[in-house]
Design a protein around this ligand. Structure first.
Ligand code: ATP
Ligand code: MG
Length: 564
């Protein structure tokens, strides 16, 4: 017996820094060797692919180490939040292949958070400040210069308690006062300079209605919710790094035993040629610059889903880019590569002619047809085949014929031979043009001894083109998508992001000729249109008007265009 390991599995990738931290904690038996994470979206928009990166690590860590991951909606700002977003977030997480142990809302903890705030007031660690937001900001100081104490900082405890209760009972206007933690106005960490922890919002909440009018700020809610729930590893993006000492400070005030959640920060996902902020994406939707959150040009999870991306391709992409401590921007080409790679293995090859012109096989008997066999997927020997009809009149792509072709044009040009995919070799004999000089019909003669599958005739033919039979095809609409923005990093451009939208990001083709096999496809079904790209059936499809989205072209034509 040989002891050579002949496994075909991919080499194991090394652990990322979060996995290393979790494994160390487990080794040390921290938090009773429990692993518990959470994914904490604010329900103020649809999830984008950046969130997918957070989802994969939050759920992935729990899965890998036998722990649990909860879904927690960070619903601390009722003005911007909505149940529509809650539902879409759940759908997107499940589509990515994850399930949460429990669904929680920050609002589930409003009473506990309130009691904790009261505790801080009683301990002399919080006070009501009646200054305007501008005055508070002015007193903050700078990273190199200490801030100034608020004139309300030493308000008596009883008065603080009374005002805090009234803040919540609707006695005061929004913005008239806030509750601040009393920490250190000279701290080198700006977040310690008496952070605001509660504010007044007079807007009904989608879950708690009018029960609350004083709402906790993010920094006062997040870590505490982690603590109340029993989270052990609280994973978030790098910008929260500077908030971590404050996160820890609040936990120190709360904790009663050895358990404590710990925050870890990883790099955000940013993608070229798009924006990744919910605020900006909402603007695109509200101002009808795209057709909704699931517009296939959007970087939202539902946009990618509608465009034809698979969960696997998104996972593969996220695996490849990894988790680090350095922010950067990822090439959208890498995501497109991942979807090509996945669809190539999975989807059926079909023929679709996007810009049709008629090809007439002049020596093929009129009225006769033949059934040809088309392999579904050469990458998958078990994928089988389907039938396509061959006849005298076909449609081919307009650019597969050229009357005066350059030397290296291996498609149809008078005197030249090509193979018709899954059918015969034909020799081009000419074309017919209209008065304006446009080609309306192309002519060719076929060789009956060259049917695909027949023994090789020894003939060298350099080109193969695809086709559909004119009496076995139907018309459909095809939507071609391009980058949503014309610059690589719209967020760093000094121009407004809306001025940077690509005016050609959507091209709609009508009267495309689809092989009959596609007639039964339903929304979400995915195919490779041979020689063209990967496409899926759009939800706008009807029986009379099928609509196909281009997920991605076959090759990275964008990279080629850039090199020119
Ligand atoms: P946005 O800035 O787009 O509005 P957000 O951070 O406000 O996003 P949340 O709903 O608060 O959105 O985010 C939920 C989780 O997703 C957080 O843990 C956050 O760190 C993470 N997240 C958000 N954007 C990204 C991103 N681009 N890459 C990785 N993780 C992200
Ligand atoms: Mg946020």
């Amino acid at each position: 017996m040989s002891d050579i390991n002949l496994t075909t599995e991919e080499p194991k990738r090394s652990l990322n820094f979060i996995e290393v931290a979790v494994e160390n904690d487990l080794k040390e038996g921290k938090n009773d060797s429990r692993v518990q994470t959470r994914f904490p979206p604010e329900p103020n928009g649809y999830l984008h692919i950046g969130h997918a990166k957070a989802i994969c690590i939050d759920f992935g860590i729990a899965q890998k180490y036998g722990g649990i991951c909860n879904l927690r909606f960070d619903d601390t700002n009722p003005v911007k939040e909505d149940v529509e977003y809650v539902d879409s977030i759940k759908e997107d997480i499940q589509w990515l292949g994850y399930d949460w142990a429990n669904v929680y809302y920050a609002s589930d903890y409003f009473t506990q958070l309130w009691e904790f705030a009261v505790q801080l007031i009683k301990e002399g660690k919080a006070y009501i400040d009646e200054q305007s937001a501008e005055d508070i900001a002015k007193q903050k100081g700078t990273p190199t210069q200490a801030g100034q104490n608020s004139p309300y900082r030493d308000r008596p405890i009883e008065e603080n308690l009374d005002l805090f209760a009234k803040m919540n009972e609707g006695y005061f206007e929004e913005g008239s006062m806030v509750l601040r933690a009393k920490i250190d106005m000279a701290s080198s960490n700006m977040h310690f300079r008496d952070p605001i922890i509660y504010r007044i919002i007079n807007h009904p909440h989608h879950r708690t209605g009018k029960t609350w009018q004083a709402y906790p700020m993010y920094d006062f809610a997040h870590g505490q919710c982690d603590y109340f729930e029993g989270v052990t590893h609280s994973l978030c993006t790098l910008e929260f790094d500077v908030h971590r000492p404050l996160y820890d400070w609040f936990i120190d005030q709360l904790k009663t035993d050895d358990y404590r959640p710990r925050q870890y920060e990883f790099n955000r996902l940013n993608l070229t040629y798009t924006v990744m902020s919910k605020r900006k994406l909402l603007q695109l939707v509200k101002e009808n610059l795209v057709n909704g959150w699931d517009d296939p040009r959007m970087p939202t999870i539902c946009g990618f889903r509608r465009r034809g991306f698979t969960p696997e391709s998104i996972h593969n992409f996220i695996d490849r880019i990894g988790y680090t401590k350095y922010d950067g921007i990822n090439d959208i080409g890498l995501l497109e590569y991942a979807v090509r790679e996945d669809l190539n293995k999975k989807v059926t090859r079909v023929s679709a002619i996007l810009d049709p012109v008629k090809l007439i096989i002049t020596n093929y008997p009129e009225g006769e047809t033949e059934i040809m066999e088309a392999h579904n997927n050469p990458e998958d020997e078990n994928s089988g085949s389907h039938n396509v009809l061959f006849s005298r009149e076909l449609f081919i792509e307009r650019d597969d014929f050229m009357e005066d072709a350059p030397k290296k044009y291996f498609r149809l040009t008078p005197g030249n031979e090509v193979r018709l995919k899954n059918a015969y070799i034909v020799k081009c004999t000419g074309c017919k043009k209209d008065d304006a000089g446009n080609v309306v019909e192309v002519y060719a003669e076929y060789d009956s001894q060259t049917k695909s599958g027949m023994p090789e005739s020894g003939r060298k033919v350099k080109g193969t083109i695809h086709w559909v039979s004119t009496n076995d095809c139907f018309d459909a609409e095809v939507r071609l998508y391009d980058r949503l923005f014309i610059v690589e990093n719209p967020s760093e451009d000094e121009r407004d992001f809306k001025e940077l939208l690509n005016p050609d990001s959507l091209k709609v083709l009508r009267g495309c000729k689809m092989e009959a096999y596609l007639k039964n496809a339903v929304a979400g079904d995915k195919f490779q249109f041979q020689r063209t790209g990967y496409f899926c059936v759009d939800k706008d499809s009807t029986l009379d008007n099928m609509v196909f989205n281009r997920t991605v072209s076959l090759k990275d034509s964008w990279a080629k265009a850039k090199d020119k």
